[in-house]
Design a protein. Structure first.
Length: 423
């Protein structure tokens, strides 16, 4: 079959790398794609939210499956767009419908869902510009640190954690009154701070059945030792060493099952990936957030450990027979380290030539913010490339990634040298 992947990051390159290995995939397209996807698929210069152009491409190339990488088109209703159009409603779309995508589109919607279905999470309240004074009062009832989350999509940067009460009040003003995150912060969720260690759980569902993929842990802060500004992710490891069988059973019983049951009870049509951001508090898992797609850079360590034909799995998800398949996982650990542009996550320059990619051995370079320009690979985003490696332990895998990074160069290249440091 002909397949289209939407997106242009490291996650989408990983999907393309995995899908291209399937004998079931005849032709693979990525819109808009990057320099990495160009090696295994045909890039098409179409934006992920240009639904009409996507429809034209699907009809022109006889595409029968669309795998949606990022959250934006899902929150904007691409699945519904396909289902409501006679010409393309037969096409399988991997990703939830608009109403279910609100789990990521609105922090408040997600919190209400968790409370309704008794899914363990932090206590919270929501505020708008009109209720900012009540927000100050709520902050005074909490102990530091204070967690403020923009309700809408803010490209992974809408969460602020502060230790000072007055600073937290000022930040609430910036978010609500000064619209720091634009439309995303017209509403802000304030929640209690959960003290623990974070990890991510990834679930496949056809709306009825589910399968759990390997856990992963990513590193969000720009600086060594988890300091500095939040980023889209600086690296990841899988599996998570502290996630024992007992702990994984708690995740499944207390979080995964009630989530999938909640989709059914609330009539949230969901075919796709559920990314559950978790925190281990003591010996118990609690939910920090839901994402309605795979994570980035976690995809770069989770999909390489999947031994199955991914297209086969996606087919069962789209036709409601996910229960007929067994997920086969590579026992080895996988790690990835993200190379980023100097200045990221704040202002950075683009168009820097990347050299040394062809010298990489024993690691997989997944391109993220990189494109082809006159036959050269150049930077085009903040997070540029993820270097993924396997090993019998995560320490062995991470060592390989760092050894290969030494062969790579672009002007002002930056990366964290301590991925896995806290384990």
């Amino acid at each position: 079959m002909n397949i289209l992947i939407l997106g242009s990051g490291g996650r989408e390159h990983t999907f393309a790398w995995k899908i291209a290995q399937s004998p079931k995939c005849k032709q693979l397209f990525v819109a808009p794609g990057n320099s990495g996807t160009a090696e295994v698929a045909t890039n098409v210069n179409i934006g992920v939210n240009d639904f009409e152009a996507i429809k034209e491409l699907v009809l022109k190339e006889a595409i029968s499956m669309v795998v949606v990488g990022p959250e934006d088109p899902l929150v904007n209703g691409i699945h519904d767009y396909f289902l409501n159009d006679e010409a393309i409603k037969h096409v399988a779309v991997i990703g939830p419908k608009k109403i279910a995508a609100e789990l990521e589109g609105s922090k408040e919607f997600a919190k209400e869902f968790m409370y309704r279905h008794n899914i363990p999470t932090a206590a919270y309240e929501s505020f708008t510009k009109e209720t900012v004074e009540k927000g100050y009062a709520f902050l005074e009832t909490l102990n530091a640190p204070y967690v403020l989350k923009a309700d809408g999509l803010a490209a992974g940067k809408g969460v602020v954690i502060l230790n000072d009460l007055e600073e937290a009040k000022a930040e609430l003003t910036r978010m609500l009154v000064d619209a720091k995150f634009g439309k995303a912060s017209t509403k802000v969720v304030i929640e209690e701070f959960l003290d623990g260690i974070e990890l991510s759980c990834f679930v496949l569902t056809d709306g009825e059945n589910y399968k759990i993929l390997p856990t992963a842990k990513d590193y969000k802060r720009i600086g060594e030792g988890d300091t500095g500004l939040n980023t889209g992710g600086m690296g990841a490891i899988s599996p998570v060493p502290f996630a024992t069988d007992e702990f994984l059973n708690k995740i499944e019983d207390r979080i995964v099952k009630p989530t999938i049951d909640g989709f059914k009870k609330d009539n949230l049509p969901y075919v796709g990936f559920v990314f559950i951001g978790l925190i281990k508090v003591g010996d118990d898992p609690k939910v920090i957030e839901y994402n309605v797609r795979m994570g980035d850079p976690e995809t770069e360590v989770v999909l390489p450990r999947l031994k199955n034909d991914l297209v086969e799995i996606l087919e069962t998800m789209s036709n409601g027979t996910l229960d007929t398949i067994n997920i086969d996982i590579d026992e080895r650990a996988a790690t990835t380290v993200m190379l980023v542009s100097g200045g990221y996550p704040e202002a950075y320059e683009k168009g820097k030539e990347i050299t040394g990619v062809e010298q990489i051995q024993d690691s997989i370079p997944f391109h993220a913010g990189a494109i082809l320009n006159d036959g050269k690979i150049v930077t085009s985003g903040g997070r540029v490339m993820a270097i993924t490696s396997y090993g019998d332990t995560y320490q062995e895998a991470i060592k390989k990634s760092y050894q290969n990074i030494e062969k790579l160069h672009f002007d002002k290249m930056n990366y964290r040298k301590d991925i896995g440091f806290d384990l």
